[in-house]
Design a protein around this ligand. Structure first.
Ligand SMILES: Cc1cc2nc3c(=O)[nH]c(=O)nc-3n(C[C@H](O)[C@H](O)[C@H](O)COP(=O)(O)O)c2cc1C
Length: 367
């Protein structure tokens, strides 16, 4: 058990997670494409941004409430879709689902989640968006859309920045594969992290749970390269609910997606896991805000490590933001308690920053 106040920042969560997780799992979650320059660029761009202190404006009453697709959320931030979260700790997907339910914030449910989309949306009390990967010839993809509809999903997030899975040397080096094989290298790694290994084994090997059902197959490494704007148009025709396109980094792509009837875009460099040379996602966000106009809904993720970072993204043009891997680190560090601690930290950081810059509502952050 970690002390009840061990996590004071996302970096604390990462440091504890690094000690507890097998190297293979830590490097799968933390790893980036290529040399990691994309991640460094994301960090540097956020660090370069400043927020100007404003004084003497009664900021004693502050609200972190926001609205997304017409629904009230208690925070202006949610949970990015991540595959195989139960590798961080058993039951992680459902911990995230309960968090989403408690704060009425959206939880992105990955195509390759380690808990089925049906179970997650129930635990999240409806606060769940299904994230879709196109793959192969697309027939499996459109079947998943029907399944998501039947499960009660109202928002679909099409991730478009993975035409091929980026080369992530840190996970490749450990032989990370889904479903994973336990060869001699992994055996040593797991033996050196007995606490994780025993708990994980007791709960069974995490699996891509949406594909345990007959008629559903997914190969994580299969090419997703055949998706085109026509695929998007087909999806738009088939899906009457909210449609988000995630992983847009170019203003022209953003305008085209908007014209195709997409309801919102998620500006994201996939947490720097795809194109190492991509521009800083926060810079792309600014350009895309100009391209799509003031009123069009824009979401943001990539590299956010604090409440202050979230405020920066909102001031750079996002309407709502998402945290990714830091939430997995919190669960790896201390399970659901760790997740709640980090969520509390992010909320405090956000609220205190609001006070420092003299605003009392999330709407005031919009430029
Ligand atoms: C371990 C891991 C798995 C991920 N799996 C998915 C996924 O299945 N689908 C998806 O659209 N994005 C996936 N992402 C990307 C996230 O949705 C998000 O874009 C990214 O994590 C945000 O960056 P951050 O981790 O720096 O906050 C994954 C990210 C991580 C770290």
């Amino acid at each position: 058990m970690i002390p009840s106040n061990a996590i004071h920042s996302a970096e604390d969560a990462r440091r504890i997670a690094r000690r507890r997780l097998p190297w293979m799992v830590f490097d799968y979650i933390d790893g980036t494409a290529g040399l990691g320059t994309g991640a460094a660029r994301n960090r540097a761009a956020l660090d370069t941004m400043t927020l100007r202190p404003r004084v003497l404006r009664d900021v004693s009453e502050r609200s972190l409430a926001a609205e997304v697709f017409g629904q009230s959320a208690q925070r202006p931030f949610g949970i990015a879709p991540m595959g195989m979260c139960n590798l961080s700790t058993p039951g992680a997907d459902l911990m995230l689902a309960r968090l989403a339910a408690r704060y009425s914030v959206p939880l992105g449910v990955s195509t390759v989640a380690s808990t089925s989309m049906e179970e997650i949306i129930v635990e999240a009390e409806g606060n769940a968006w299904f994230q879709l990967y196109f793959s192969g010839d697309g027939s499996g993809t459109f079947k998943l859309v029907e399944r998501a509809r039947a499960a009660g999903y109202e928002t679909l997030v099409l991730t478009v920045d993975v035409p091929e899975v980026g080369r992530r040397p840190r996970e490749l080096r450990h032989g990370f594969k889904m479903p994973f094989r336990i060869g001699p290298r992994q055996f040593v790694d797991f033996a050196l992290h007995p606490k994780w290994s025993l708990t994980a084994l007791a709960h069974g090997k995490p699996q891509m749970a949406n594909f345990l059902m007959d008629g559903y197959e997914f190969d994580r490494t299969e090419s997703r390269a055949r998706a085109t704007w026509d695929t998007l148009a087909r999806l738009r025709d088939q899906w009457g609910g909210n449609l988000v396109v995630k992983g847009v980094m170019d203003p022209e792509d953003a305008r085209t997606a908007k014209a195709a009837g997409v309801d919102a875009l998620q500006v994201s460099s996939h947490g720097a896991r795809q194109l190492d040379s991509a521009p800083a996602a926060i810079e792309a966000l600014r350009e895309i805000r100009v391209a799509v106009g003031d009123e069009y809904p824009l979401f943001y993720d990539s590299g956010l490590q604090s409440g202050e970072d979230a405020i920066k993204a909102l001031t750079a043009g996002a309407d709502f933001v998402f945290y990714g891997r830091i939430l997995q680190f919190a669960m790896a560090a201390a399970g659901e308690t760790g997740l709640q601690q980090l969520w509390g930290v992010l909320s405090d950081e956000f609220s205190i920053t609001m006070a420092q810059i003299g605003v009392t509502s999330v709407g005031d952050l919009k430029v």
